[in-house]
Design a protein around this ligand. Sequence first.
Ligand code: ATP
Ligand code: LTN
Length: 335
Amino acid sequence: MINGKKVLFSGMQATGSLTLGNYLGALKNWVNLCDEYECFYSVVDMHSITVRQDPAVLRQRARNLLMIYIAAGIDPEKNCLYYQSHVSGHAELAWILNCFTYMGELNRMTQFKDKAARHADNINAGLFTYPVLMAADILLYQADVVPVGIDQMQHLELTRDVAQRFNGVYGDVFTIPEAYIGKVGAKIMSLQDPAKKMSKSDENPNASIYLMDDPDTIMRKCRRAVTDSEAQILYREEQPGIRNLIDIYSSCTGKTPDEVVKEFDGKGYGDFKTAVGEAVISVLKPLQERYAKLAEDKSYIDGIIKENAEKAGHTAARTLRKVQRKVGFPDRIRS
Ligand code: ATP
Ligand code: LTN
């Protein structure tokens, strides 16, 4: 508990350009959680270097992501928004947790298997222990809840196992975190292949709507979205393309899928796709405008980066000291 509230932690990697899937599945749901929870949202730049990055690009993307958090409506006064690499406790706790995680557990992680296959020339130890760093992120803040997509559940389960193992040896040190999966927009699919999730690392730019796409591009991508020849707008498994567009429309407008089906009863796919495009544009336009303003205000963003790193560092240091003492590291001598 911090300030009488339960603690929430989540993070995103600054790799690639954020998609509508990242927004509807994650960011949008993060905005109001600070009423109920003490929220920490990190730009997890240390995770990013598990695959090769251009330093200048990574630095810029990390800053852009932090600005996107704010532009999406996450208030930096009420939420702690910071770079993972600015709080050294993440790396320090990750080392300790590495010694409480089994190779067999890490070997089972599907994200590792996927990424190892995609980056066969660079299967580094960081890629393998990525989930341990993620566990450190979460446990460092004694998070009660972690909003993540379904794809991250396996990592969260591992975090819980490692925390329980540690607590089993040393007593109640870590809070055991629960996953928090948003209902709407939990999985937005690719516009070109509705069997795959919309992903920022998709090579086909038409598969994803990027948060910074201009209105014409958004409309074009929606109109080109792969559907079917059923010629009816129904929310069902047999029509995954239409179903995905209904999910997007309903997530952007706040209407339920049933309401959307009624609204477009008897209408053609062309009309529906145009409506989806308009709904997405009306959600992304204000975000883009806020982002453009933030990008001009360097000192405001710098101030947030500095203050929030200090705030996160303070909370992190408390857990880290406790853990170091538990495992038997000597106390520092203070003069
Ligand atoms: P990558 O393609 O680089 O693996 P990604 O687009 O899948 O990236 P992540 O950085 O892994 O995105 O995820 C950031 C957050 O966005 C996570 O909480 C994840 O669950 C969520 N998310 C990502 N893609 C989608 C999607 N298509 N629908 C809903 N949520 C998503
Ligand atoms: N692995 C996550 C990003 C991430 C994260 C975290 C999410 C790193 N640390 C801690 C929640 C909590 C991803 O790829 N989406």
